[in-house]
Design a protein around this ligand. Structure first.
Ligand code: SF4
Length: 377
């Protein structure tokens, strides 16, 4: 049986963060009821889609899935088990916001097979948290993190953002050191991107935002790599770090350009050489499902050339890079026969390196990874 990842989108948050451009709506009980009903229907509509697959990862992301009541999450998880074949060793993750986890919820998560938590901390500085519109303080985070450990969770990711307004290197160092003390299995650290339509975008436009320079942002990135590596939370992807054996299996599906099914508003899928995504509008999503139709807004077939290109720039995100033999087995062609000239040019520029059976980004290549990926488009 082929293996696949399942992504379930829960698009509700207590309040919108000032940098957020994800599809998320303010928590509203009647909307949550209609959404969960639609979501369970969409899951059953895909029963046949996945009949030849075994699910190896489930990722319940958002939004803030941890604001869901226990009974709603129970309905969703039961529906997943009713319709699909889940590997008994599957990685099952739920994204959580500090301040939303209780002892009862965590116990329930354990009972229904959730074995990985991804908690959005972003910063250990309460003033910065407030400024960027997070709903929690560092104390809320510590409280929820300890509750999760006490409930028996042994695989926890902490999400961080650097390059935040009013942040300097000393502050970032403080955040990293506090995080390291907690001994998480996994850390994600992304540079802040200010997207159009967000409150921070408006503040930037009005020149009311004090942001670190690009140089400081890069320094923060390299500082994080060094400090986390020294503490055995090793970088394995441009923005992701883990203890040995705790790499995120679900995200590795994306980076290895493997198949996944996404359900829920705005969810993306990649299946049978087709990328498709659901509508971004929650009302439209619910209406589609109520009419018995899949809420697909975009679909795109990928031919072999597309698949090759995408596999190159996705696998190059990983520290171990692109495996030349695996690439040959998958596409029956050597990457050096197709892109030999480009690869040699990128090696000469100090952006790529070949070692053993792998092509990898250099440290400098990671800094300017988009520049490298463009070469393969
Ligand atoms: S919690 Fe996450 S999804 Fe929700 S508003 Fe904040 S950044 Fe966006």
């Amino acid at each position: 049986m082929k293996e696949i990842g399942l992504y379930v989108h829960i698009p509700f948050c207590i309040k919108k963060c000032k940098y957020c451009d994800f599809i998320s709506y303010r928590q509203n009980n009647s909307m949550i009821d209609s959404y969960v009903t639609a979501l369970t229907k969409e899951l059953s509509m895909h029963k046949n889609t996945l009949r030849d697959y075994k699910i190896k990862t489930v990722f319940i992301g958002g939004g803030t899935p941890s604001i869901l009541d226990i009974n709603k999450l129970d309905i969703i998880i039961n529906q997943i088990h009713k319709n699909f074949d889940i590997n008994s060793r599957a990685e099952v993750t739920i994204e959580c916001n500090p301040g939303t986890l209780t002892k009862e919820k965590l116990k329930f998560y354990k009972n229904i097979g959730i074995n990985r938590l991804s908690i959005g901390l972003q910063s250990f500085n309460n003033e910065i948290l407030k400024f960027i519109g997070r709903i929690h303080s560092k104390e809320d985070f510590i409280d929820n993190y300890n509750k999760a450990r006490n409930a028996g969770f042994e695989n926890i990711n902490i999400d961080l953002i650097y390059g935040l307004p009013n942040q300097d290197m000393k502050d970032w160092e403080g955040t990293l050191k506090e995080v390291i003390k907690l001994k998480p299995e996994h850390v994600s650290a992304y540079s802040l991107k200010i997207e159009e339509g967000t409150v921070l975008y408006r503040l930037l436009d009005e020149k009311k935002l004090n942001l670190p320079s690009d140089e400081e942002d890069r320094d923060m990135y390299h500082f994080a790599i060094d400090l986390l590596n020294e503490n055995r939370i090793r970088q394995y992807e441009i923005s992701n770090f883990s203890k040995n054996g705790y790499e995120c299996m679900h995200n590795l599906i994306y980076w290895n350009n493997e198949e996944y099914l996404g359900v829920g508003v705005s969810a993306h899928s990649y299946l049978n050489q087709k990328r498709f995504s659901n509508t971004n509008d929650i009302n439209e999503y619910i209406n589609f499902i109520n009419r018995g139709e899949l809420p697909i807004q975009m679909e795109e077939y990928k031919n072999k050339e597309d698949e090759i290109t995408e596999t190159i720039f996705l696998t190059l995100r990983l520290n171990k890079g692109l495996d030349l033999m695996k690439f040959h087995d998958r596409f029956q062609v050597s990457i050096l026969d197709i892109y030999g000239d480009k690869i040699r040019k990128l090696i000469d520029l100090g952006l790529l390196t070949i070692k053993g059976n792998h092509i990898r980004l250099t440290s400098y290549g990671m800094d300017v990874s988009n520049q490298v990926f463009v070469e393969f488009l």
